[in-house]
Design a protein around this ligand. Structure first.
Ligand SMILES: [Zn+2]
Ligand SMILES: [Zn+2]
Length: 242
């Protein structure tokens, strides 16, 4: 890396709305403020996740102020990829209200498939204009043709996420995550380093992700949340501001 990597924002965080997470948005924002972050995205799980919830959580997010505890809080969602054709579980009506959309595959939601099937799904997501960030795609259950898909994420302006939570709860993903990062480096695909926090103290914690990125000498200029300037350049492409 060419300079010190210290992420300035955390664009994948959960609140108590995701019932297996344990902090409120205000606690999350306060934790981000204490750690000197400029922004977080509040990205709770979408409605096919097996937990109670209501779409009003997402459709009413306009009541949230853009800054909480002095931290910019983006209205977001982590949507589930449901099918091998790339179908998402969330309506366009909800997605259009979001500032940032993460698309992820979860074991409990989507049936695993062949490499060809998962490749087809991710290629469809790459072409989906509602999706901004590709969530934790190193999961071995959902292995795909990385060489084919990763450059396509880049061509379509998607951010590939390096997910710190993966190192806590999906340690079997590590080698795939490294491979994904190496391909992003090779093809000049932008990434974002996120905590996937389910408890406020995890916000802004990226130690294992950063160690891996350092080890492969990942170019810091491809990490959109590695400086205010890079983050603002990315947000500009989404007509968003800090
Ligand atoms: Zn997830
Ligand atoms: Zn998540």
């Amino acid at each position: 890396m060419t300079d010190i990597l210290r992420p300035v924002a955390d664009l994948h965080t959960h609140t108590i709305y995701s019932t297996h997470a344990y902090s409120t948005v205000t606690e999350n924002a306060a934790a981000a403020a204490r750690k000197g972050l400029l922004a977080i995205a509040m990205t709770d799980h979408s409605l096919s996740t097996p937990e109670p919830g209501h779409h009003w959580h997402f459709t009413n997010m306009r009541v949230l102020p853009p800054y909480i505890e002095g931290v910019r809080v983006f209205r977001g969602i982590e949507v589930n990829v449901l099918q091998h054709d790339g179908t998402l579980d969330t309506s366009a009506e909800i997605l259009e209200k979001m500032e940032l959309v993460i698309a992820s595959m979860h074991n409990t939601i989507m049936t695993p498939g062949t490499i060809e099937e998962i490749t087809t799904a991710w290629l469809a997501i790459a072409a989906n204009p509602h999706v901004d960030i590709i969530g934790h795609c190193g999961t071995p259950t959902f292995a795909f043709n990385y060489e084919r898909v990763i450059p396509e994420f880049g061509r379509q302006g998607k951010l590939v996420e390096i997910n710190e939570g993966t190192f806590r709860v999906r340690s079997d993903s590590f080698e795939n995550c490294r491979r994904v990062a190496l391909l992003c480096k090779q093809h000049g695909v932008h990434i974002v380093v996120n905590s996937d926090s389910h408890y406020h103290d995890h916000i802004g914690q990226y130690d294992k992700s950063i160690a891996m990125l350092r080890e492969i000498e990942f170019p810091v200029e491809l990490i959109v949340n590695s400086s205010r300037q890079r983050l603002e350049e990315y947000l500009n492409t989404k007509h968003l501001t800090l």
